[in-house]
Design a protein around this ligand. Sequence first.
Ligand code: AGP
Length: 603
Amino acid sequence: MCGIIGYVGNENAVPIIVEGLKKLEYRGYDSAGLAVYADGAFEVVKRKGRLSVLEKEIEQNPISSFIGIGHTRWATHGNPTDENAHPHLGHQSKIAVVHNGIIENYKQLSEKLTAKGIKFSSETDSEVIAQLAEYYYKGDIMETIIEVVNKLEGSYALGIMCLDEPDTLIAIKKDNPLIIGVSEHGQFIASDVPAVLKHTNKIYHLNDKEIAVLSEGAVQFYNIDKEPLQKPLETITWSSESAEKGRYPHFMLKEIMEQPKVLSDTINSVLNRGNNKTIIDNLDFSQFNKLVITACGSAYHAGVVAKNVFEQLCRITVEVELASEFRYKDAVIDDKTFVVLVSQSGETADTIAAMREAKSKGAVTLSIVNVVGSTIAKEADFCIYTAAGPEIAVASTKAFSTQLVLLYVLAIRFAVQLGKLSQGAEQQLISEIKTIPGKATDLLKQVDFIQKYAATCVGYKNVFFIGRNIDYAIALEGSLKLKEISYMHSEAYAGGELKHGTIALIEENTLVVAISTCKRLYSKIMSNVRQVISRGAKVLLIGDCSASEPSDKLSYISLPEINELFSPSLSVVVLQLFGYYVAANKGLDIDKPRNLAKCVTVE
Ligand code: AGP
């Protein structure tokens, strides 16, 4: 995934582009670059490495213009080098392009152009777009872009400039996000709202194969047949400050700490609506005979937790599938299947493909998404938004927590519809859900203990997260949090599975994080704890610690009382803080972990 931005207006485009790229660096940070129109030619500055490298180059050699495009890269084709950085120019340096996405047929296209004598200067797939545009350009850049994108296979969000039309910035997208910001100082294109929010909160969401033509004072929209389009202007309600780190050292810590508020906002968005019906109220699950939840990464783990909740409350079998697997498995689903897609970004390629696969088989789809207007939000039959606000850190925390509460509410709703839950029981569960924000607040007060404990865990070679039933589900998320930001290897195991092989790995200098909220299995997980301690492991016990025998190998963090179906919302707060502080003690770049991007818009 990459970040693109463009500007045309009555201010200097360069600082606007650089500042915007800072807000997009979470999308990729292997290299960065920009191109501006200056004195009849394109001035292109692009450098391998973090945005700060580009910034320093520009400070040393200042440039300015009223129009420009910028890009921050997560390398897919071609290593991070200056040449492979965007923007890319055509062979005559007449057309400049920035691209987020993957052109799957770039080799066939570039071979045809090379056969005609056109020389490529990079190893990327993206350069072929600029080369094709220059090859087909006959004086109308919009016409040219339409001709080019009709030859492309794959995904793209494009910003394009042409020397012959220096006052115009063109944007078009397919399968990757692109917003258009408008203000009296100029017009913007960007991969995500935070990049322009400092300048405007008035935006348009571009849909697939719609074209935006930006000039200093106006934006026009067209469809792929060049017919003018009218689009709804949207107002972003959250502030640019909410997309800033503020007093926190990392976005991730800020977003962990924001959880009580965004949990409350999300719960209110679906429960405290008075007589206003929400989508959840209008859904009728009784017509379906199968429930599938599909997602990636943390969103998938939310689905694994939800499987426990749906199955306990609705007494139905729930299938939870990795979207990257579901999209290719020719799933046994039909119009009696209800498919829930969970995604923070709403742009994850595998989850988009899983959604389209489900719809192609007649399933009814509901998406739980955080980014308004994203592809998965728009294309699913129904969509419920988490109210987590912008989640900037690559490691998902508040979005994950808000996904959980929406899934809980959905499960309760469906259980009532299926006659498995009385009104009284429903109200009792709803009341419990409403206590989660306050209990999360109480847990966050234990941050000092977790920070101190995490500091003693930096040197461990192997870390195991164990739990049973719903605690195993949240152990998966705890393990991912630690892995993706501390680069320490860890695995999540069902406690009962240890004796089937994994316990062979337990030795001195092994760390085990055990989650024990499942009361009826408490004695079982405690026997796992004793087994691993007797083999030299150090254990952090999260949850019920009532019968834990004193041991210098055992530390524990108790959780506030709550229905165990909702306990993952509390244990995950400890797991997030644990992973965060281990990584912080290692001095790692927590918000932008190596090799990762916030939204994986490629396969
Ligand atoms: C989680 O911390 C990771 N950032 C990653 O696993 C993420 O959850 C996954 O890529 C899915 O992203 P999405 O929710 O935007 O679809």
